[in-house]
Write a protein that binds this ligand. Structure first.
Ligand code: ADP
Length: 263
């Protein structure tokens, strides 16, 4: 049996908010193979972002374990996480806040390549100028974008810059947390199509968090439905859509395209 790309066991994360404690993630088990495209859906506060932050090694679980390509990442010190930092890249919801306005686009996109931890993972190194040109072309941005600044671009273009930056270190996994939620409705489809094409062309494994089921339906072949820190339903996208097993999932689907579940 081959090792899954990701494996998580009883992954739990509690946060302390003043005197109250929030159980953001409640003993989640997960297995993901290379090349799969997993969508994580659920109402706001159900633990989606917490789960992907733990998978990306950006946060540490209160208990439970995560393996990436067979190596346990839980508890590894930052200096030993270089392989994960190079292999897993994230795209966040709002490119306005995720891109440093004082850096030019070329420096923003090549910044991950300059990280010492990531550099050690790229034997022989990567020619930064060449990689910049490649990823700008991959996301359909003009070749001279590198010398310009984020504010000179539209919202959709800024998200393309964020995607180019994520692609720069040639990752195996792209994690996108609400990748089009902050964008104008008119450009969402373009960015979704771009992501679809890039994932196919580069053979990426994709993890997408979204409260919008249309987004994950477009991008993902597998769905995990989260509620109150747990995965309450999962399966291939077509079966979850065609035959939802829980009332919660039925409610999420019925509320497409904009879901808002109270309680
Ligand atoms: P989702 O992505 O599904 O909206 P989150 O993972 O962001 O959900 O949050 C799950 C729960 O954990 C929520 O109740 C949220 O308020 C809480 N939470 C998330 N991050 C933090 C944090 N850094 N500090 C305290 N509570 C947090």
């Amino acid at each position: 049996m081959t090792e899954p790309l990701y494996r998580a066991e009883a992954l739990t994360r509690r946060y302390r908010n003043g005197r109250t404690e929030v159980l953001a993630l409640d003993a989640v088990d997960l297995s993901l193979d290379a090349g799969q495209r997993l969508g994580i859906v659920g109402e706001s506060g159900s633990g989606k972002s917490t789960l992907v932050r733990l998978l990306a090694g950006l946060d540490r679980p209160t208990s439970g374990r995560v393996w990436f390509e067979g190596t346990e990442i839980t508890g590894l010190p930052e200096r030993r996480l270089g392989f994960l930092r190079a292999a897993v890249q994230m795209v966040f919801q709002d490119p306005r806040s995720s891109l440093n306005p004082r850096m030019n686009v070329g420096d923003i996109i090549t910044e991950p390549l300059r990280s010492r931890l990531v550099r050690r993972q790229l034997p022989g190194g990567i020619d930064h100028a060449r990689r910049l040109a490649e990823v700008l072309e991959a996301v359909d941005l003009p070749a001279d974008s590198g010398t310009r600044y984020p504010h000179e671009f539209s919202g959709g273009q800024r998200q393309r810059i964020a995607i180019a930056r994520a692609l720069a270190p040639k990752p195996e996994v792209l994690i996108a947390d609400e990748p089009v939620s902050a964008l104008d409705v008119s450009v969402r489809a373009q960015v979704l199509n771009l992501l679809t094409d890039l994932v196919a062309a580069q053979g990426l494994t994709l993890i997408v968090v979204s409260h919008d089921l249309m987004v994950v339906r477009h991008l993902c072949d597998r769905l995990a439905v989260m509620r109150q820190g747990r995965i309450v339903e999962q399966g291939d996208t077509a079966s979850v859509y065609g035959d939802p097993q829980t009332d919660y999932t039925k409610a999420l689907l019925a509320a497409v395209p904009k879901i808002r579940i109270e309680g």
